[in-house]
Design a protein around this ligand. Structure first.
Ligand code: SAH
Length: 218
């Protein structure tokens, strides 16, 4: 990660305080939010806005979710540091950078070429070396590096893509928003050691569309 004295140390400290107030408890997750320079993951014109509790446009009609949403989803993955993680929807690369601090490795898939390229160079600038960004349809997952101990879907789809469930390791957790285009339930699915799937709803939310073979039509 870049030098911590980047002019945004206090902004990150306030962000962590607000996440704590909003109910985020995992100390590793809070530490990651205190470290990752969110202002370097958004378009330059939005830098000064980047630590606010808001979603921000990142180009191509897509948004980087509000920090509290990224934090809640990340915490729900229950990462210990040893996991192989799959992220569907790289977007800005911000969540991938957060995940890189909390897991062993991250495979992130983005369907928009320009976003994938920008995220890759932003992650490189941060010195993040355990995230691989692929261009493609993330609803298919990436069988070549499966199974995953944790899968996070950062765009809203009609149903949980079957390939992602197939690529979830025993004991693994999948978190993502599923429902209609207007509103989704934030869902966590856990694959038990025996292979069964347990599903729970964590809250209501609204994400940009998950577009692909197991998502919405483009
Ligand atoms: N995690 C991102 C959030 C990005 S918003 C961040 O931290 O910035 C969701 C992203 O999912 C968008 O960039 C969108 O282009 C992408 N997306 C939508 N459908 C997809 C699919 N089938 N495969 C991969 N990416 C997809």
């Amino acid at each position: 990660m870049l030098s911590r004295d980047d002019g945004y140390v206090a902004a990150r400290r306030r962000l962590v305080q607000r996440l704590l107030e909003s109910g985020v408890r995992d100390p590793r997750v809070l530490a990651a939010f205190g470290e990752v320079p969110r202002h370097l993951m958004v378009p330059e014109a939005l830098r000064t806005e980047s630590y606010k509790q808001a979603a921000l446009p990142i180009g191509d009609g897509q948004t980087i979710s509000a920090p509290a949403v990224v934090a809640a989803m990340t915490e729900a993955l229950e990462l210990q540091g040893t996991e192989r993680v799959l992220e569907v929807g790289t977007g800005s690369g911000y969540q991938a950078a957060v995940l890189s601090r909390l897991a062993a490795s991250v495979v992130s898939i983005e369907r928009v070429g320009r976003l994938a390229a920008r995220a890759r160079s932003a992650l490189d600038a941060l010195g993040v070396s355990n995230v691989v960004v692929y261009l493609g349809d993330g609803t298919l997952g990436r069988a070549a590096s499966a199974p995953y101990d944790a899968i996070v879907v950062t765009a809203g789809g009609p149903t949980i893509p079957q390939p992602l469930l197939d690529q979830l390791a025993p004991g693994g957790r999948l978190v993502g928003p599923f429902g209609t285009r207007e509103e989704q339930a934030l869902v966590r699915v856990r694959r038990t050691a025996g292979g069964a799937l347990e599903r729970e709803t964590l809250g209501r939310c609204r994400f940009v569309d998950l577009i692909g073979a197991h998502g919405w039509a483009a």
